[in-house]
Design a protein around this ligand. Structure first.
Ligand SMILES: O=C(O)CCC(=O)C(=O)O
Length: 258
């Protein structure tokens, strides 16, 4: 798979206006199979190291989440750092980017709860929050039945909303009454399709009512002039950063673009 996936000016404008976009077949069939196998194997390996007796928190009931697989699994790394995804993220956001982190998001059959409406950037230790972007790649088909994502167009402009407590979520209209009357857009995806969303765009995913795991891989990019805010976060905490520091390339690679 090369870096090329041509975007139209209209698609870039749509992303900038709405704060999200769906793109079809961003990964070729063979590469999708290889990526799904690499990610699923990495997740299985890490799950095997977890304590099976530990009770899951309400957050952990939303999905199995394994973060920064690229840094621990050589087989996953080339997909996370792939120029095709990075080039798309760069063109859509209009910024020069580095990786913030990746996350495998596997919603378990029947027990995978809904992902509440939320904006992402509240949970991240970034002083600048406007242009973070996430590619969410469907490793298997994502449907309303198994918990695909929905987005509220234009909400990336809402940069002063309280953060949603994902352990005990507030109602969307309580924290963001501005979203009343704005119709969410639900994005069912075929395996190999993706969405991009701005870190401020409100998004949601339903529960997984199917018999299979809903498997997705997300890569989160941040502009390369993003600086550390001091907000606690387990990925950044490992780097002993001081408030105002840039994020070092060793943990947060600048991404190659095509
Ligand atoms: O996969 C999900 O259910 C939600 C993902 C999400 O919130 C995100 O990628 O920001």
């Amino acid at each position: 798979m090369n870096a090329e996936y041509p975007l139209t000016a209209q698609q870039i404008a749509d992303y900038q206006r709405d704060g999200f976009i769906k793109l079809e077949q961003v990964i070729t069939v063979d590469d999708l199979t290889a990526m799904r196998n690499a990610v699923a194997e990495a997740v299985q390996q890490e799950l095997a190291e977890d304590d099976p007796a530990r009770e899951k928190s309400s957050y952990e009931q939303i999905f199995i989440q394994k973060v920064n697989l690229w840094a621990r699994h050589e087989s996953v790394e080339p997909f996370i750092l792939h120029p095709r995804f990075a080039t798309l993220a760069t063109q859509l956001s209009g910024r020069t980017l580095q990786i913030w982190h990746d996350q495998a998001l596997f919603k378990e059959p029947h027990t995978g709860a809904k992902t509440p409406w939320h904006q992402d950037t509240h949970y991240w230790p970034h002083q600048q929050k406007k242009d973070q972007t996430t590619i969410w790649i469907a490793l298997e088909d994502a449907t309303v039945h198994n918990g695909c994502m929905s987005f509220i167009p234009g909400t990336h402009e809402l940069d002063d909303i309280e953060s949603v407590n994902l352990h005990d979520p507030q109602e969307l209209y309580e924290i963001a009454p501005q979203t009343k009357g704005v119709k969410p857009v639900t994005c069912e995806l075929k395996a190999g399709d993706c969405t991009f969303h701005n870190g401020l765009t409100f998004h949601y995913a339903g529960p997984n009512r199917s018999d299979q795991m809903r498997q997705a891989m997300a890569i989160i990019y941040m502009p390369d002039d993003t600086t550390y805010s001091g907000y606690p976060h387990r990925i950044a905490d490992a780097f002993n950063l001081t408030i105002g520091d840039p994020f070092p390339e060793t943990g947060f690679p600048r991404v190659p673009i095509g």
